[in-house]
Design a protein around this ligand. Structure first.
Ligand code: IVH
Length: 682
């Protein structure tokens, strides 16, 4: 038998598989672009995963058909020994940074004087606060990515950047932009505020050092020797500059250049704009500064670039910066102030967190009066005491942080701070755990109970709107809620008696809690607040075990079989479930009607266990839902019919797949018959 007609598991020849593989890759690339670059998903996550699994299956059967730009190749290979040095295709120069508007005016005047006959206009866009990178595509394939380094040589971070889903592994051919032979594009790798907060929350929970801001977190994440870590951090890249292109259609202006980058499938700033006058530039600067907090990622100014690309060449560069562009920064969101006192908060895990009470200062339009000091070790590292003068930063909506001590203030007597020996909330003696001080009183401690309830309703957990700090305070202090399970028994009537509640708000809260009673299993596990279990571990546990009961009954060895769960995490999970109180709370949640939804994994023993099912024609239910059901009952939805297909479910107007199934003797079901078959199972 020759390789070209060797049948694979689905009875396909190599040629058939090759065609199907290309088709699947094309579809997956289109959906990645729609989802990660344009923020306009076209199919459900489950449907995407199904296509992905099909491709993975075919590539496993025909490993020689795997190419480096296949969507399956984002996370691959092992841990790197170090980062290779990479020479940039074109030098990566930096911009002059300016905060003074008068200097911006002088920049404009200089340009207009140097180009007396030209119509001067500027391309303006956000100045992303991340890490500058160069991505090189050869014949449309992502070849290498490097950090800026010294501008000429950078560090090769290709494997890590390949895990960033908004970075295409292969360029698209745009309607007016065929793929160039060689392209070097410059962009900024950033971390979204939401992912940054999640990362720091997870790091804090694991007792690891935190990142001071999203930029450091992005830089730290692309410089991981294990690309799987980068993949989990969910970075993003915005491209803004074409460093070098060979065999590309010529473009005349900066806006055209951006449009072409966009057509090739690279993510560009949707806020980019053309400004005719320097007054327009100022207006844009004001506008972006006011939108700064709502973008979801950090920008630290705007970049102003002469639009006319040929005029740029005439202006040239100075020794260090181009004469045709500048970075017009925002006032820093950083201030100097004084630590007036230090108080201690008790979080949901019982950890005592020192918080600095600051001499109030305005930072970027917000008054800051408190900043977290994290823990004893961080305070020691930064050498902080009451009475110190300190530098404070506020990044987006993130909690303000003290960057460093400047020295004693003289305004307040200097005093060393000593962590209390007893929990400030319940008086229980604290225990020392590494850098942390912890109250061991668990849910008996009011502060921990409040924290647990707030965490339960938080965005990555059950996402219950209206369950903020003040409400939770009221619920716990009034005695209405003694554990998270009590939330589901809440009625509107007694709530109305609480401070800050009226008819409508009481009803809204009850409705919001009810509406949250079908979380994914991963969210439910995360919501339980198991020590050391962040969102990632929760997802891994859900995927591996498929139900709360199975996790409850797992021993440490079973738990360590989950990828990413080590000894310490396994012990923390086992200890959590060994406590009768925790098991009782879970049981009461389930009794109260909470139904965690299991992820797509073969349910052992489902009617479709190990079976492949293909759908064709128009179905009553959405296709993604039909596929989800197959998975929930243990089967695998696939998209093409072969000898090994177990069932074809045919809707209205079924065509060639139906013919093929009949020819191959594959059992054909109507949608009704399919649903009947699943009856009796969950
Ligand atoms: S243009 C020669 N545009 O800001 C022009 N730079 O020194 C190349 N940056 O580290 C830079 N956002 O990486 C440009 N929209 C943007 C940018 C941007 C962020 C970074 C750049 C560099 C610094 C400027």
């Amino acid at each position: 038998m020759t390789p070209s007609d060797a049948p694979d598991l689905d009875g396909m020849t190599r040629d058939e598989a090759g065609r199907r593989i290309e088709q699947l890759r094309g579809e997956l690339r289109r959906h990645e672009h729609a989802y990660y670059v344009l923020d306009r998903p076209e199919i459900s996550d489950a449907a995407y995963d199904a296509l992905f699994k099909d491709l993975l299956g075919l590539e496993r059967a025909f490993p020689d058909l795997v190419t480096p730009d296949s969507p399956t190749q984002r996370v691959g290979g092992g841990v790197l020994p170090s980062f290779p040095e990479v020479r940039h295709l074109a030098p990566m120069i930096s911009l002059e940074s300016i905060t003074d508007p008068d200097e911006v005016r002088r920049f404009d005047e200089r340009i207009r004087k140097a180009l007396p006959n030209a119509r001067v206009s500027y391309l303006v866009e956000p100045k992303f606060d991340g890490l500058s990178i160069e991505a090189v595509y050869i014949n449309g394939q992502l070849d290498r990515v490097s950090t800026r380094g010294d501008g000429e040589w950078g560090e090769g971070i290709t494997k890590n950047v390949k895990t960033i889903r908004s970075v295409p592994l292969r360029l698209h051919a745009g309607p007016d932009a065929p793929v160039p032979a060689v392209l070097a594009a410059r962009g900024e790798a950033i971390m979204h505020a939401r992912d940054f907060e999640r990362l720091n929350r997870d790091l804090e929970q694991e007792g690891k050092a935190l990142f001071a801001n999203p930029r450091n977190a992005a830089a730290g994440s692309v410089r991981q020797l294990d690309p799987r870590i980068t993949a989990r951090r969910r970075l993003d890249v915005f491209f803004y500059d074409l460093l070098h292109a060979e065999d590309a259609v010529p473009v005349a202006t900066a806006l055209d250049e951006l449009r072409v980058l966009g057509e090739w499938g690279l993510r560009i700033a949707p806020e980019a704009r053309d400004c005719e006058t320097i007054e327009d530039v100022f207006a844009y600067h004001r506008e972006m500064e006011s939108r700064r907090d709502s973008l979801g990622y950090e920008i630290d100014g705007i970049v102003v670039k002469l639009a006319d690309l040929s005029a740029r060449l005439r202006l040239g560069t100075t020794a260090r910066h181009p004469r045709w562009a500048l970075a017009f920064k925002f006032a820093p969101r950083e201030q100097k102030t004084i630590i007036r006192g230090i108080s201690v908060q008790v979080g949901r895990t019982g950890v005592l967190t020192p918080v600095a009470d600051l001499e109030p200062v305005e930072i970027g339009g917000v008054t800051v009066a408190r900043a977290t000091l994290h823990n004893r070790e961080e305070m020691k590292r930064k050498n902080l005491h009451v009475g110190d003068r300190v530098r404070v930063v506020r990044a987006g909506d993130v909690i303000p942080d003290i960057v460093e001590r400047i020295g004693p203030s003289g305004a307040v007597p200097e005093a060393d701070f000593v962590m209390p020996a007893e929990c400030p909330s319940c008086g229980t003696p604290v225990v020392h755990e590494g850098p942390f001080d912890r109250c061991p009183n668990g849910l008996e401690c009011p502060a921990q109970l409040k924290g647990a309830i707030q965490h339960f309703g938080s965005r990555d957990a059950l996402d219950i709107r209206g369950l903020g700090e003040r409400t939770v305070d009221e619920l716990v202090s009034s005695g209405l809620v003694k554990s998270v399970a009590d939330l589901f028994a809440l009625m509107a009537e007694p709530l109305k008696a609480l401070e800050g509640f009226a008819d409508l708000s009481a009803r809204n809260l009850v409705d919001a809690i009810r509406a949250a009673n079908k979380p994914t299993l991963a969210r439910f596990i995360y919501a339980l607040g198991i020590p050391q279990v962040g969102t990632e571990t929760a997802r891994d546990l859900a995927q591996h075990f498929g139900s709360v009961e199975r996790i409850e009954h797992a021993n440490e060895d079973d738990l360590m079989a989950v990828s990413g769960v080590g000894e310490a995490v396994a012990r923390a999970i086992a200890t959590f479930f060994a406590q009768a109180e925790n098991r009782r709370i879970i049981e009461r949640c389930l009794e109260a009607g909470v139904q965690p939804i299991a992820p797509d994994r073969p349910a052992v023993g489902g009617v479709l266990a190990g079976k492949t099912v293909v759908f064709t024609g128009t179905l009553e239910m959405p296709r993604a839902q039909a596929e989800e059901r197959v998975r929930r009952h243990g089967g695998r939805p696939t998209s093409s019919v072969s000898k090994s297909t177990d069932y074809l479910v045919a809707g209205e107007d079924a065509g060639s797949k139906l013919q093929k199934a009949k020819k191959l003797g594959v059992p054909v079901l109507t949608e009704g018959e399919f649903l009947k078959m699943l009856e009796g199972e969950r």
